[in-house]
Design a protein around this ligand. Sequence first.
Ligand code: HEC
Ligand code: HEC
Length: 339
Amino acid sequence: MINFHKDHASLVNVALVVFVVLSTGIAVAPANRMQHTDPLPDMPKMTDAQRRGLAVYVSEGCMACHTQQVRNIEMDKTWGSRPSVPSDYHYSKERLNIWQQSPSLLGSERTGPDLTNIGQRQPGAQWHLLHLYDPRMVVKGSIMPRYGWLFEEVDSANVKAGDVVVPIPADRLGGAGRKVIATPEMNDLVAYLISLKQAPLPTGVEPGKFLPSPNADGKAVKMTDADALPDGSAIFSQVCAACHQADGKGLAGAFPPLAGSTIVNDKDPTPMITIVLGGYDARADYGVMPGQAENLTDAQITAVVNHVRSSFGNEAPATTEDVVKGIRFTVSPETALGQ
Ligand code: HEC
Ligand code: HEC
């Protein structure tokens, strides 16, 4: 027997072995396993612009207020279609450079919304540009700081081809003929934000391959209840209000009003449904409307279209899911077959 009271060298050695074995077993090995995840099959690689945008996201400290993790609990269901898995971070976990480690994007403070799926929720670059120029322009009462230093105000004459002009109302600019353009850092940041989308989990993979997480059955975890009747007004607040505003009056120079719009009030719902499904870029004095075909189901589109057609003073007859289904076939055949 070793006498630990007398043999101090053995005491130290045994303590050392126990320490090394325990820390390897419960800290180093699991962490290492987490680090070596495969990317999900449908997860696109990050482009150079998105990677530079991630660096801007880190250096501006966006994760002080924003998380990027959907937890496996009820209150997180709004932030994604499934809980996050380690593979979701496969590409973003690379070191930023030799001096900086991989950024911790998970975050711990949710002063603002979780951004795991922001590219799905808010795919319009123009919305992000306006929001980052001044969050209060698109979200009344927002407490998010503005990132004005990532924009530049120039004379119209100095706008070069390829510059991204942000549709800021003229009364906020320092004189006639002034324009606001996004700096390259801002364009990278927006490219990064729009790329944030949850990739679907593959079906039929061996359990545990991607998911060392509580419900590790390897199947896609659908959190939204497809059978529940969608609430058009809720969809409007979640998807459309960011641009067309909660009162449907839009924002001069960026997003047109839906209140009193001839397209919305047309007895034939086809033009409106076509726009909602496929997007719209008809006029130079407004931004681009991103299509919602991939984002919303036929039932959801029907609900939101009917809501808009009967709110904000609009009075147009309701449409049905079958009509939407038919129009989807012409506008976006891929999503029609996928549904
Ligand atoms: C002081 C806290 C704070 C910081 C720092 C912050 N945000 Fe926010 N952010 C918020 C709040 C609060 C909201 C919700 C209100 C709004 O939409 O403006 C928000 C909303 C957002 C949204 C819209 C989310 C949605 O679901 O509609 C995006 C995108 C966003 N922030 C990106 C960023 C980026 C990029 C940065 C860093 C450049 C950043 N935020 C820094 C607090 C913050
Ligand atoms: C990212 C911003 C954005 C979002 C989100 C958005 N739209 Fe739009 N929408 C626009 C812009 C910009 C236009 C004008 C495009 C143009 O005319 O060039 C537009 C145009 C429209 C029009 C045509 C109105 C008219 O009179 O010209 C309708 C109808 C419409 N949107 C409905 C919706 C509905 C319903 C939703 C939600 C499901 C929605 N939009 C979400 C930006 C957006």
